[in-house]
Design a protein around this ligand. Structure first.
Ligand code: NAP
Length: 563
């Protein structure tokens, strides 16, 4: 079982103990006392007994670490003092009558390798095959790089793994892209096969998958902080995120991996929604944030590596800005190059963009079929059908001429409805209409119009596909339809908004005020997520749960922003 370790930066021992108790109560298996901010190595009479007491009173097994400045810590005292402290801790039972020596001592490989004298002293304090003393503390040998992947990574790992006194080998470096996770996870798998306990972690936002997927690759432990601001390395999730959002305890070797690809992606509500869904239907999957740099070449190289890795088990992705067009381009490119595993749906091709990736794997784990779909359009059409019935007899006005407008318009046309496109830039609306006509002849059901014509069009539905009204978007607090035009619409008109932040946009608020039926952006979000979920799991999505989870997050964010 992969343990959850909460790192605690010790400034004063009493609050460190309180944090250790909280860590236990929140579900941690052990804590790491980072004593390098407390232990100076210059006041051993007071500092050493305080550290011994802290370890003895800790309610969980613990690692003690006194990280020097050179490896990203705060200790700048003499090495001798630090090594003597390790000796005192490892032999605590006999030396100080204390009940519990630390379960582990973490010593950097660089320190351990520095001299025979240091190695001998540390080896006296830890349990290993050649140990004759009655000591139980295990040695974690560690290596860190906060900037990048060390060039001599494998030399370091081999050195740690080969060291008889090393009970656990730990390597952590700043992940440069998602691809570094694959190397880290391979390192775990190899160590596992060789029977060595290993920790391999990517630091920073690109390294989070290595932290969450640690149990899939049977790592010795992963770190999780009590509070977001208490991280001792960039990218550490909180223990609540690990246990509740990612359902860490249910991740194992057979767990399938999903995620949302975008840049930026950290504000996505999809991980909360899909992970809750997997839990509800008992699907063995975990859904991650998968940030990929904005360029197509980065997207292509990263996604192909993730798909083709033999044991990462990537089985599906949601894809958002700026990679929706990239996904379709990649799928067409791969197919044209002769990779017959790639398939695209008609709507994705019409839209030139896709938001969903479905990867089916054979028994050996190889990706045997890769589907690229657009679920935004079908979700919008389904929401309209729920309100209006069969779309064939209905006219839908689409506001906007961007990617969402294209998907919504194409899906309504696919279902035989009429579409009128209204856009701030009329030329763009005309271009979109021409392109859609090429796919959906005859032309009669597709028009463009100026906004002032809206009441005369007598639409059954108006679908806002611009970002107007969105928090942080163009014209926050504004409606894309002036109130006087809205008031002149037929009473049966349905007003739909693709914007879900805020949940009640100015457009929807005005429509409700005059008792028009409305569809909010959350319905569209839940609809497209539900179609993805079904494609990945072959089970219907728990839509009520999706709505509840998404609503809770959006409402809490709005409350925090004082909206
Ligand atoms: P996009 O491709 O950038 O298109 C934006 C459209 O909005 C363009 O037609 C643009 O008109 C128009 N626009 C921008 N600022 C405007 C303003 N101040 N006044 C009038 N029109 C303006 O964006 P998109 O990807 O289609 O996304 C549109 C919205 O849909 C976003 O808010 C997005 O969050 C939302 N969305 C929601 C979901 C969901 O699940 N609920 C899914 C997908 C998208 P011009 O052509 O004149 O520039």
């Amino acid at each position: 079982m992969t343990l959850i370790c909460v790192p605690i930066f010790v400034n004063d021992p009493e609050s460190a103990l309180a944090d250790a108790t909280e860590a236990r109560d929140r579900g941690a298996d052990l804590v790491e006392f980072r004593i390098d901010g407390f232990y100076s190595g210059r006041d051993d009479e007071n500092e050493v007994p305080a550290v011994l007491r802290l370890v003895a009173r800790c309610p969980l097994p613990c690692i003690v670490t006194c990280r020097p400045v050179l490896e990203g810590g705060q200790y700048d005292g003499p090495d001798d003092a630090r090594v003597s402290l390790y000796e005192r801790l490892g032999t605590a039972q006999t030396a100080a009558g204390v009940e519990h020596p630390p379960t582990y001592l973490d010593v950097e490989l660089a320190t351990y390798a520095r001299s025979e004298n240091i190695r001998q002293k540390i080896n006296l304090a830890v349990d290993h095959p050649g140990q004759v003393r009655d000591v139980s503390t295990g040695l974690v040998l560690s290596s860190h790089d906060f900037q990048t992947r060390p060039e001599d990574l494998f030399r370091r790992i081999n050195r740690m793994v080969a060291e008889p006194a090393c009970r656990v080998a730990k390597v952590a470096y700043r992940a440069r892209s998602l691809r570094d996770n694959l190397e880290l996870l391979d390192i775990l798998a190899e160590a596992r096969a060789a029977g060595k306990a290993m920790i391999a972690l990517g630091m920073g936002p690109y390294g989070v998958p290595s932290r969450v997927l640690a149990p899939k690759f049977e790592a010795f432990l992963t770190f999780a902080t009590l509070r977001a601001e208490a991280a001792t390395a960039p990218g550490q999730p909180t223990i609540d995120e690990l246990l509740q959002l990612y359902r860490f305890r249910s991740i194992g070797p057979s767990t399938r991996v999903y995620g949302v690809i975008g840049h930026p992606v950290e504000h996505s509500i999809s991980p909360a929604v899909h992970n809750a869904g997997f839990e509800a239907v008992g699907h063995d999957g975990v859904y991650l944030f998968l940030p990929i740099q904005p360029e197509f070449e980065q997207f292509k190289a990263t996604l192909l590596s993730l798909i083709d890795h033999p044991s990462f088990d990537l089985c599906g992705c949601s894809v958002t800005i700026p990679h929706k067009e990239h996904l379709l381009r990649l799928a067409l490119e791969q197919y044209e190059e002769g990779d017959g595993r790639w398939h695209t749906d008609n709507l994705a091709r019409v839209c030139g963009a896709a938001n969903t990736l479905v990867i089916r794997r054979d028994r050996s784990g190889r990706a045997e079929r890769i589907d690229v779909l657009n679920t935004d359009g079908p979700a919008a059409a389904a929401a309209l059908e729920l309100a209006l019935g069969d779309l064939r007899s209905h006219r839908v006005v689409v506001l906007g001429a961007g990617g969402t407008a294209r998907a919504v318009a194409a899906s309504v046309l696919e279902r035989g409805g009429q579409v009128v496109i209204i856009n701030r830039t009329p030329d763009r609306a005309a271009r979109l209409a021409d392109e859609l006509r090429a796919h959906f002849a005859p032309a009669a059901s597709l028009l463009t119009a100026p906004l002032s014509d809206l009441p005369d069009l007598r639409p059954n539905a108006v679908f806002n596909c611009t970002a107007v009204g969105m928090t942080g978007g163009p014209g926050p607090g504004q409606s894309p339809v002036p109130d006087e035009l809205l008031g002149a619409l037929p009473r049966h008109s349905v007003i739909a908004d693709s914007v879900y932040s805020p949940l009640t946009t100015p457009l929807l608020a005005s429509a409700r005020q005059i008792s028009l039926q409305t569809i909010d952006g959350l319905a569209l979000f839940v609809g497209q997520a539900a179609l993805q979920f079904q494609a990945w799991t072959d089970r219907p999505a728990p839509r009520g749960l999706f709505t509840q989870v998404a609503r809770e997050i959006l409402e809490s964010r709005a409350a925090q922003a004082g909206q």
